[in-house]
Write a protein that binds this ligand. Structure first.
Ligand SMILES: O=C(O)CCC(=O)C(=O)O
Ligand SMILES: [Fe+2]
Length: 207
């Protein structure tokens, strides 16, 4: 089996609505992350379970570079979606599924919002070496997503991620480069309580 799996329509419409309502109702809520150079990222973020700092690229228990508040725990309903993704894609058998300790919620609010090509490597060496997959669930506007290899210059597969789509990557692809090139305006389902062009992505990890 490929270690990068893409599954269309993982979430049905009521589940997509529930995800948006859940993430918009969290306290503490979204913030605009700033890099170590003080530059504002083009998205809003809320880290659940553990806080990932855009300043030092490390995980913390509090939102140290934002407002010092403890981050909200991962709601059970979201944790269940993350774990279900691993079984639904047959990435691992049910008995090997473990709870995620981090769910980063990214909200891309504009057509120009993006996330440059990067590797998810802020996690502990043991977590990365285990090859346990990263689960990424998208809701709202479609985006152009690209997944590459272990070197920045390896070829990339480009995919349009639509509302409800799922991406799972681990094992040999755990440290693969990936990024969000752009948000496609006019694609946010009208039934979602999310201003257009809004895209929400949930990324679950064991850190
Ligand atoms: O928004 C996405 O689809 C990807 C998010 C991502 O790669 C990350 O948060 O590390
Ligand atoms: Fe990532």
């Amino acid at each position: 089996m490929d270690d990068f799996v893409y599954k269309k329509a993982f979430l049905d419409e009521p589940e997509q609505i529930a995800v948006v309502e859940t993430v918009r109702g969290l306290t503490p809520g979204f913030y605009i992350p700033r890099t170590r150079w003080g530059k504002a990222m083009s998205l809003r973020m809320n880290c659940l379970g553990r806080h990932w700092s855009a300043r030092d690229y490390k995980y913390h228990t509090v939102r140290k570079d934002v407002d010092g508040l403890a981050c909200a725990p991962i709601p059970d309903a979201l944790q269940m979606l993350g774990q279900r993704a691993i079984v639904a894609t047959r990435y691992l058998p049910q008995g090997l599924v473990r709870p995620f300790d981090s769910c980063i919620v990214n909200w891309y609010p504009e057509a120009g919002s993006k996330l440059g090509d990067h590797v998810d490597n802020s996690e502990s060496p043991e977590a990365i070496a285990s090859g346990y997959p990263v689960v990424s669930i998208s809701v709202g506007a479609s985006c152009v997503f690209r997944m590459g290899g272990l070197s920045r210059t390896d070829p990339y597969e480009q995919t349009t991620l639509e509302s409800g789509d799922l991406v799972v990557f681990g094992r040999s692809r755990r440290l693969a480069y990936h990024g969000v090139k752009k948000i496609i305006p006019g694609t946010t389902p009208a039934t979602l309580p999310l201003p257009e062009p809004g895209r929400i992505n949930l990324t679950f990890r064991i850190v």
